[in-house]
Design a protein around this ligand. Structure first.
Ligand code: ATP
Ligand code: MG
Length: 557
């Protein structure tokens, strides 16, 4: 094993983190196989923070030749639903990971949880408590003061067994009784002050229906789930660090063999978005976004719909690394990762988002030429395509200035530019409406300058993209930007939607995109990366989601 570990360490280089050190240490000992799990609660859709955890857990298993389970931590029936189970499975697969065997559900272990609770009662390590939630808070003490024992703490084993069974049988109301571990009310760690391990909830569960009306608490169920599945390393986020002694207590006292080790790492937070499921749900329920897969959402389904690729998300997770210090990652890093992934993959096409008509006065009426353009200058393997050109075209309105500012190398009166893949043109006239708005411009072209003709005469500084007026495809462009103006995951952060997080425009695109299907990705030349929307795009009425602009221009705090 140590040779293998050396090899892995070598491959990891500087990307190795503290979790690798722990695992390598453990694998040198008795342990011979790494077993991790990704344990989402099916109460919402997965987001990019979960992707960090997925890449970490599945990634470690792969690296060390181990296994990783997908387990639904479904012990809280009121918030969970099968819709989420299905969405989560789809997202994990889409990210490129395969779990070991069948999907696991914590709810499959309800009988075992119950048996362990009975065993703890029999050993005098758990008792039924009648304190209300409010009373329990008063007894709990504070960080500086120890708690007080519950008056029910010394019930006999027989009495506890009887009451616990009656809790299970539905004889009591929600909140009237709990089962608590008997640990230490004076512990400096509040989690160890006789924590509740079972509560009564008369609620239907998405998998077990009405079979149970008592449900285990997370801190009791989670270590047991790990033990039952033989998990060796239970990787979770920092807020569980203070719960680790309780995790270990349950592992020690449950009477089952496996001894998983809990390791904590810092949650991912990102600028200008929200990651808390509660806040994401609020956005969905208040109609501020178009569902969990709105392309502005940091959910995996939202990112997928927007046009992000699994590769870009995995690279992002690699780049942010894993540490114990909570930090907020700049969202522009994810932008960088998708640009870098699509750079050599996506066809570069011409689209005009704010059209200005150009009439080429000396170009023959009715003539159409086909210009051969490279699909991707970075990747010759993607080949070429023909793009029609004729007397009337559109360019981007911002590519023309009647009175050009200094260093404006695009089109202006009597200035010459290259039309990408076509000819040099010179502006010779301007049409205006009664209010003085420019409605079209007139150019002349030089037939000698056709791209690819070997013309090696004068140089021009500007090259503009364009679309042919007759054949351009009208489409909708949805210009997405960061969702939030502020950082709502911060303690003082506010949920203020960026009013420009979605700007809808009609655009004109070259005809090569006519048959594009949902999910197809393109670079709109000189503009950004776009993805055909999987929900709203239709033949003849294409919808393009802007994934990212080519360069970021976003300014928020
Ligand atoms: P929330 O508090 O938003 O509901 P959660 O942590 O309760 O999130 P779970 O479904 O329980 O969500 O999470 C499943 C796994 O993903 C857990 O192991 C959790 O630690 C991890 N996880 C959740 N959010 C993040 C995040 N932002 N960064 C890294 N890992 C995360
Ligand atoms: Mg959770």
């Amino acid at each position: 094993m140590s040779e293998d570990i050396k090899k892995v360490s070598g491959e990891l280089g500087s990307t190795g983190n503290f979790i690798h050190s722990y695992i390598q240490e453990d694998l040198k000992g008795e342990l011979n196989k790494l077993y991790t799990r990704f344990p989402p609660e099916p109460n919402g859709y997965l987001h990019i923070g979960h992707a960090k955890s997925i890449c970490l857990n599945f990634g470690l298993a792969k690296l060390y030749g181990g296994k990783c389970n997908l387990r639904f931590d479904d012990t809280n029936p009121t918030k969970e639903d099968n819709e989420y189970v299905e969405a989560i499975e789809e997202d994990v697969k889409w990210l490129g990971f395969n779990w070991e065997g069948e999907v696991r559900f914590a709810s499959s272990y309800f009988d075992t949880f119950y048996d362990v609770a009975v065993k703890l009662i029999k050993e005098g390590k758990a008792f039924v408590c009648d304190l209300s939630a409010e009373e329990m808070r008063q007894y709990r003490g504070t960080l500086s003061e120890p708690g007080k024992n519950s008056p029910y703490r010394d019930r006999t084993v027989e009495e506890n067994l009887d009451l616990f069974e009656r809790m299970k049988n539905g004889e009591f109301e929600d909140g009237s009784h709990t089962l608590r571990a008997k640990i230490d009310m004076a512990s400096p760690n509040i989690n160890m002050r006789d924590p509740v391990i079972y509560r009564i909830a008369h609620a239907s569960h998405h998998r077990t229906g009405d079979k149970w009306c008592i449900y285990p608490m997370y801190d009791f169920a989670h270590p047991l789930e790990d033990v039952i599945e033989g998990i060796t390393h239970s990787i979770c986020t920092m807020e569980f660090e203070d719960h680790r002694p309780l995790y270990d207590w349950v592992v020690e006292n449950c009477g089952l063999k496996a001894k998983p080790r809990q390791i904590e790492f810092a949650r991912l937070g990102m600028t200008n978005t929200v990651m808390s499921k509660r806040k994401l749900r609020a956005l969905v329920e208040n109609g501020l976004v178009d569902g969990w897969d709105d392309p502005r959402m940091p959910t995996i389904s939202g990112l997928r719909r927007r046009g992000y690729t699994p590769e870009a998300i995995r690279t992002f997770c690699e780049k942010i690394g894993v540490s114990k210090a909570n930090s907020r990652v700049d969202s522009s890093l994810l932008d960088y990762c998708i640009r870098d992934d699509l750079k050599a993959k996506a066809n570069v096409v011409m689209a005009v988002l704010d059209p200005l008509k150009v009439i080429i006065d000396n170009y023959p009426e009715g003539q159409v030429e086909f210009m051969e353009l490279e699909n991707n200058p970075e990747n010759p393997e993607l080949g070429t395509r023909s793009v029609p050109f004729s007397k009337e075209i559109y360019i981007e309105r911002e590519d023309f200035m009647e009175v050009p500012v200094k260093k404006f190398f695009r089109l202006a009166p009597l200035k010459e530019v290259r039309l990408k893949g076509a000819y040099f043109v010179t502006c010779v006239g301007i049409d205006k409406d009664g209010d003085g708005n420019i409605t079209a411009i007139h150019c002349t072209y030089d037939p000698e300058t056709r791209s690819g003709s070997g013309f090696d005469g004068r140089k021009v500084k500007g090259t503009l993209h364009w679309v042919n007026a007759d054949t351009a495809v009208k489409a909708e462009a949805r210009l997405y930007d960061y969702m939030m103006l502020d950082n709502p995951d911060d303690p003082d952060g506010e949920m203020i939607m960026n009013p420009e997080s979605l700007v809808v425009k009609e655009c004109l695109v070259e005809p090569s995109v006519k048959d594009a299907k949902g999910g197809d990705k393109f670079q709109f030349m000189r503009n950004g990366y776009y993805c055909v929307d999987t929900k709203d795009s239709k033949e003849g009425a294409l919808v393009f989601n802007r994934i990212v602009p080519l360069k970021s221009s976003f300014k928020a705090k």
